[in-house]
Write a protein that binds this ligand. Structure first.
Ligand code: ATP
Ligand code: MG
Length: 250
């Protein structure tokens, strides 16, 4: 079998006395949608922060696309193709949807040019932004200030912005949090289309129905420890998971 696109080996990340990640090993295969679940404080977002270089692991290795990225800076990891969204939406306060789709594209020249995206974007950037806008069904709101939109639509803008960077691995931190059922179902279908187009996705999500109907493989964290991994059907019926995760939910 081919090498995994992303591989973590024995990664530990501590904050003072708290081990947010404790000897975690996991991998994401090319072309799969892999889910990370677990109760609040399990270490899920910390995992994303370590992968994308926001936090540095205390020990262990992170490999992406056969390269050791453990000590790389965030911009370099993003350029290598691992691009994330945030659990708490992070959109620019005065930018339209359209501007958000131009600003995140790599290799678009000097910073001062990228600060005026609509003025300086080149043909390829505009074409990519149009494609992503269409894909997410955001055409009607393209000229609206992104932050003025509904919560669900803002989440879509965040995902769309991440996609304009042409990632090889898309990392989504609770992409359907706060969305109603129909909005989440819309996102689920879009994610499946992206996967079928060859994109690899790693996502964190509390919505069990969403995760079980979308992911090819799941990892379950609890207090920074990997307590289970497997196919959704296996995880769903795993008593350890029910105890740690579903038990607390209930
Ligand atoms: N920057 C930080 N400084 C100190 N402690 C942190 C920091 N980031 C995370 N932690 C701690 O690490 C643990 C894991 O947090 P993390 O945010 O990764 O959990 P999570 O699984 O994403 O939870 P949630 O489902 O609530 O988003 C928690 O105990 C948290 O308080
Ligand atoms: Mg989190």
């Amino acid at each position: 079998m081919s090498a995994p696109l992303l591989q973590l080996s024995d990664v530990t990340k501590s904050f003072g006395g708290i081990k947010a990640l404790s000897g975690l090993s996991c991998e994401v295969r090319q072309g799969q949608i892999v889910g990370v679940i677990g109760p609040n404080g399990a270490g899920k977002t910390t995992l994303f922060n370590v992968i994308t270089g926001a936090y540095r692991a205390n020990s262990g290795d992170v490999n992406f696309d056969r390269q050791p990225i453990t000590h790389w800076r965030p911009y370099r990891i993003a350029r290598a193709g691992a691009v994330r969204t945030f659990q708490n939406i992070r959109l620019f306060s005065s930018m339209t949807v359209w501007e958000h789709l131009l600003v995140a594209q790599p290799g678009r020249g000097a910073l001062w040019r990228r600060a005026l995206p609509t003025r300086w974007a080149d043909g390829a950037a505009i074409a990519r932004a149009e494609e992503v806008l269409e894909f997410f069904g955001l055409k009607d709101v393209r000229n609206q200030i992104a932050r003025s939109l509904s919560y669900g639509t803002q989440r879509k803008v965040e995902m769309a912005r991440a996609l304009t960077a042409n990632p090889r691995l898309l990392l989504l931190d609770e992409p359907v949090a706060g969305m109603n059922h129909d909005e989440a179902e819309d996102i689920r279908r879009l994610m499946l289309r992206l996967r079928d187009g060859g994109l690899t996705i790693l996502l964190i999500e509390h919505d069990m129905g969403f995760v079980m109907n979308l992911c090819d493989y799941l990892y379950v964290l609890d207090f920074g420890v990997l307590i289970a991994k497997g196919l959704p059907a296996e995880i769903q019926s795993d008593p350890i998971v029910m105890d740690a995760y579903l038990g607390k939910e209930a």
